[in-house]
Ligand binder design. Structure first.
Ligand SMILES: Cc1ncc(COP(=O)(O)O)c(C=O)c1O
Length: 448
């Protein structure tokens, strides 16, 4: 039987599906992806697109890796599912936790598994609350995060997420979630005489003092802010954040859902700045998107406090430590290490960033080209001198995104910030093609 066309699929889709970030208008001309290979996605009309965001930042090993499918099939036919509630475990989960203990930050050796990033955020909020209660500080419940941070969209995770467009339809947000400004090197204005990174980190100290240290449980931050527009912090930012967290007894949680497992050029991204978190969230690349799996790692102090509790920790998901997810994660980690994804992401990221800068930095409407490892962004502005943005109604980002799709590149935006995070297996020729396409698309929408 002949496969339906994209238009036929979309008609049926519109009748029965509600999509993430649902918008009937946006979806009217959507893609229906039917297969993929390497850095390429193929839609139902047979058109090929470079996958500029590796799915949603996750498909680091690229599409069509049969070794990941084989490992999933083997685990499914051996034992597809079992509970992981206290009293049950499985060999894949045990081995994955052991592997992660050897790979993540030295003091992080215990892991709770989830089905993705949002569940990981919820888990670390609840971990932090229970930890402080067990330590006799029951009022330490608040979570401080940052503007432009993305931590998922379940209700508490959404309340930590600092991209305000995610809020209005679902207000009120959960109380006790506070945002401070992002260190955003392109836009953060530090007081005269102070380094931008130190000034931005000191925003945390002021927020803790304002809220009262005895009410603040944790500070949650992505080492490089991803969905908020690939915001790379200053080199002195996280060391200062660590000092402030220690001074006020506030847990430092790194949301490494995008940055974990090599994308920034290190296996875990706070290593760029020699900083260790107390809690680490991960998802996405751990299975390269081949199975929904995430998790939270905690340091030895938190693990000990949890172990010594006389009552059970009443937090659980049916799919925690799913044996198929854990088996796929183990094989993905083999790929990440055998193919040295951190080194590949560093070299390919440098290549992509240099190409983007050479082609676009002088464009009168390109305010900044930035990145770290294989995470890059091009920020389009109305006025380069004042950094003023285009009016939202001008839809510049949307138009550029449309023009890239016509040329065979598919990625994502934050407003007029065009984000790129292709699979780590993307070839140099494909990276060069991404630069060519984005440059031509910007030239079409904003002729110099
Ligand atoms: C840093 C970060 N945390 C959390 C999440 C939420 O993950 P999920 O969509 O799997 O709930 C995301 C998703 O993009 C993310 O980038």
């Amino acid at each position: 039987m002949q496969q339906a066309t994209r238009t036929e699929f979309l008609e049926r889709d519109q009748r029965h599906l509600i999509h993430p970030i649902h918008s009937r208008a946006v979806h009217a001309n959507g893609h229906v992806w039917v297969k993929g290979h390497g850095a390429v996605l193929v839609d139902a009309d047979g058109e090929e697109y470079l996958d500029g965001l590796a799915g949603l930042w996750n498909v680091v090993a690229g599409h069509g890796r049969s070794e990941l499918a084989d490992v999933a099939a083997r685990q499914m036919s051996t034992l597809a599912y079992c509970s992981a509630y206290a009293g049950s475990s499985n060999p894949a989960a045990i081995e994955l936790a052991e592997r992660l203990a050897g790979l993540t930050y030295p003091s992080i050796n215990r892991f709770f598994f989830t089905s993705g990033g949002g569940e990981s955020s919820e888990t670390s909020f609840k971990l932090a609350r229970s930890y402080w209660k067990l330590r006799g500080k029951p009022h330490k419940t608040k979570v401080i995060s940052r503007q432009w941070g993305y931590h998922g969209v379940t209700l508490a995770a959404m309340s930590a997420t600092g991209i305000s467009t995610y809020w209005p339809a679902f207000e009120p947000r959960v109380p006790g979630f506070i945002q401070i400004p992002s260190p955003y090197p392109y836009r953060y204005e530090a007081p005269a005489g102070l380094s931008q990174g130190i000034a931005a980190a000191d925003e945390l100290e002021r927020a803790i003092q304002r809220e009262g240290a005895d009410t603040v449980a944790m500070f949650l931050a992505e080492p490089v802010q991803g969905a908020g527009g690939v915001i790379v912090p200053q080199d002195d930012y996280f060391a200062r954040i660590r000092e402030i967290c220690d001074r006020y007894d506030v847990l430092l949680a790194a949301d490494e859902v995008i940055t974990g497992f090599g994308r920034t050029g290190k296996l875990f991204a706070l290593d760029h700045w020699g900083v260790e978190p107390d809690v680490m969230q991960f998802a996405k690349a751990v299975t390269s998107g081949y199975f929904p799996l995430g998790g939270v790692g905690v340091n030895d102090t938190i693990a000990e406090v949890l172990d010594e509790s006389s009552s059970p920790w009443m937090h659980a998901y049916t799919y925690s430590a799913h044996p198929v997810g854990c088996a796929v994660a183990l094989r993905t980690i083999d790929i990440i290490l055998d193919e040295d994804f951190p080194a590949q992401a560093a070299a390919k990221g440098d290549h992509l960033l240099a190409g983007l800068k050479a082609a676009l930095a002088d464009h009168p409407h390109v305010g900044e080209v930035r990145g770290k490892g294989l995470m890059c962004a091009v920020e389009i502005v109305q006025d380069k001198a004042t950094k003023a943005e285009f009016a939202a109604g001008d839809n510049i980002g949307v138009k550029v995104h449309g023009a890239t799709q016509q040329r065979g590149l598919f990625s994502r935006l934050r407003g007029d910030v065009f984000c790129l995070a292709p699979p780590v297996v993307t070839t140099t020729e494909q990276l060069d093609r991404i630069v060519e396409i984005l440059t031509a698309a910007i030239a079409e929408v904003l002729p110099a």
